[in-house]
Design a protein around this ligand. Sequence first.
Ligand SMILES: Nc1ncnc2c1ncn2[C@@H]1O[C@H](COP(=O)(O)OP(=O)(O)OP(=O)(O)O)[C@@H](O)[C@H]1O
Ligand SMILES: [Mg+2]
Length: 369
Amino acid sequence: MDPKDIVDNIKEKFGDMFYVGPKGVIGIDIGLSAIKFAEVSLQSDGNYKINRYASVDLPEGTIIEDEIQKEDEILQALQQGIKELNSPNKFACIGISGPNTLIKKLQLAGGTPEEIEDQVTWETEQYLPFPIDEGNLSFSVVSENQGGGINVIIGAAKKTVIDSFKSTVERANLKVKIVDLNASATINVFEAVMGDEVKQKDKTWILMDIGAQKTHFMIYKGGVLAFFKEVNIGGLTITEEIQRQMGVNYKEAESLKISGDGSGNIPEEIMDLINQVLDSFFNELKKTIDFWVNSTSEESFDGCVLTGGSALIPGLPEALQELFETEVQILNPFSTMAYNQSNISEDMINEIAFKGVCAIGLAMRSLPK
Ligand SMILES: Nc1ncnc2c1ncn2[C@@H]1O[C@H](COP(=O)(O)OP(=O)(O)OP(=O)(O)O)[C@@H](O)[C@H]1O
Ligand SMILES: [Mg+2]
């Protein structure tokens, strides 16, 4: 198929990779450590409300990067989560990420819609790790640039990855209406929660989703995503180090990392291992920041916002504050979003605030902004 035809077939709005249905959708984030489910509605005051939430832990190694390794285990977790969520909704928006996806801001010469599509196809081809006709691609023109051209954000994913996630979720009797990029879902929540503070033209923010197998590092500038990088370090890197060094299994290592000796104290030897991994994490982040500074000559940030379960690593926000030389805060969806108190208990709030952001963003995808 001619790459141009692929672009011709897609809608121009970023994120509308596929069909957006009229009804709300259940946002499903299949992460390495757990599958999270969220249902969100838009209230008459313009604020979002989290109506339902569920999370089901996944056993070790069910997915590696964007490849499903143990489909039956994922199916089981999906079925359990759908039951716990107890929603009458049968439509889903699922998120994907990993090496066979791409989200990127491009500077193009601009021109007629046909010329722009040609430029998008040509440029995207150079960044995609797979042939363009094996992927789905969407883009949106976000602004004009100083040289008289345009800035465009592209999103792309390999069809086989989309299909494998989609068919697994559909085996659990849901209809997948939207497939989105996880990073784009996180940005949705970031924009809804932070509002005007981050959207101003001269503001530059760092947004990070620190998960289990990877970290999404994003720079958000002047109200749009300006830079994205997937760093292959996350909470799992620490867990695996604990497994190796302490001779324990995955579950025991997770528990040592999160609960320590059982009374909430993390033993010193575990803290040493955590710090070892953090050292290489910070090196990676430092290189990424240097790359940004070198290519834009912009050295300062207006703030940094964290999400993801590994943002709970003791001392991490403070250490990042020092590294980025800007204030670091946790993205708290509850600061602007209401929630249904009969479905969501107080003790789920913390879990949702850290680990549920991507699922919430996916659930927001069919709602007007
Ligand atoms: N209190 C805690 N202290 C340290 N790490 C924690 C804590 N709670 C959770 N984590 C870690 O957070 C990670 C899970 O976070 P999250 O749910 O955001 O990841 P995920 O979405 O499953 O992974 P990914 O996005 O990389 O596929 C795990 O590595 C877990 O060990
Ligand atoms: Mg995640």
